[in-house]
Design a protein around this ligand. Structure first.
Ligand SMILES: NC(=O)c1ccc[n+]([C@@H]2O[C@H](COP(=O)([O-])OP(=O)(O)OC[C@H]3O[C@@H](n4cnc5c(N)ncnc54)[C@H](OP(=O)(O)O)[C@@H]3O)[C@@H](O)[C@H]2O)c1
Length: 176
C-alpha cells in the first residue's frame, strides 16, 4: 500500500493559477487510455485526501456533483458542506491520524493525495508520502499554487509522453 501525490503541473511548478483557474490544463490534449493517465491510476486508489481549495474547485467545476466513489478526507478549518450521498469527511486532524483512517478505509488499495501541494508536503513532512506523479503541461504560469513547496530528494522511477504532457513518476527518498 502506497500514498501518492498525483497531479498535473505547469512546467514552472504551479498546479493552479493564483485565482485557482485550471483553464490552462483543461484545454490540453491527453489520451485517457495512454501512459500514466488518470483513469488507470484511479482504479488503484482506495481513499483520497484533499485540501479545501481543491475540494471547492471540484465542487465548482462539477456544479455540485461528486464524482469520486472512494472515501475522501477534506482538510479544512471551516464548516463546509458535502453533497448528498458523497463519502466525504471534513477534518482538521493531524496527518498521521488521517493517514491511518484512510489506510483502514482503503482496504489494501493505495492512497491519493489529490492536492494542493502544501497538503502533499504535510504528508511528506510526516514521512507518509511514497510517490509523486506529475503530468507537466506545456505552459508556464509565472505564479500560482505551488506543486510541492518542500525540499525533497526524489528518485525518478518512470517517464512517459502522453500527447501534450511530459509525465514523471518519482519515489520520495526523504528530505533533501
Ligand atoms: N493541476 C492539478 O492537477 C491540480 C490538482 C489538485 C489541485 N489543484 C488545484 O490547486 C489549487 C490548490 O490550492 P491550495 O494551494 O490552496 O491547496 P489546497 O490543499 O487545495 O487547500 C488549502 C486549504 O486546505 C486547508 N488545509 C490544508 N491543510 C490543512 C490541515 N492540515 N488542517 C486543516 N485544513 C487544512 C486549509 O483550508 P481552510 O482555509 O478551509 O482551513 C487551506 O487553506 C486549487 O485551485 C486546486 O483546484 C490542481
Amino acid at each position: 500500500m502506497a500514498t501518492h501525490f498525483f497531479t498535473a503541473s505547469s512546467l514552472d511548478g504551479f498546479i493552479a493559477t493564483a485565482d485557482h483557474s485550471l483553464d490552462w490544463l483543461l484545454k490540453q490534449d491527453f489520451d485517457a487510455e495512454g501512459p500514466m493517465a488518470y483513469p488507470a491510476f484511479e482504479k488503484t486508489i482506495g481513499a483520497l485526501a484533499m485540501g479545501a481549495s481543491t475540494y471547492e474547485w471540484v465542487m465548482r467545476h462539477e456544479e455540485g456533483r461528486w464524482g469520486y466513489t472512494q472515501p475522501t478526507w477534506v482538510f479544512t478549518h471551516r464548516a463546509l458542506e458535502a453533497p448528498e450521498g458523497a463519502d466525504i469527511r471534513f477534518t482538521r486532524e493531524d496527518i498521521a491520524t488521517v493517514h491511518a483512517e484512510m489506510t483502514e478505509a482503503a482496504q489494501g488499495r493505495d492512497l491519493w493525495v489529490v492536492g494542493g501541494g502544501d497538503l502533499a508536503g504535510q504528508f511528506a513532512d510526516a514521512g507518509l508520502l511514497d510517490e509523486v506523479w506529475v503530468q507537466y503541461a506545456p505552459v508556464t504560469l509565472g505564479a500560482g499554487a505551488p506543486l510541492l513547496p518542500r525540499a525533497l530528494d526524489l528518485e525518478l522511477l518512470d517517464v512517459a509522453r502522453n500527447r501534450n504532457f511530459l509525465c514523471g513518476r518519482y519515489r520520495v527518498v526523504g528530505r533533501l
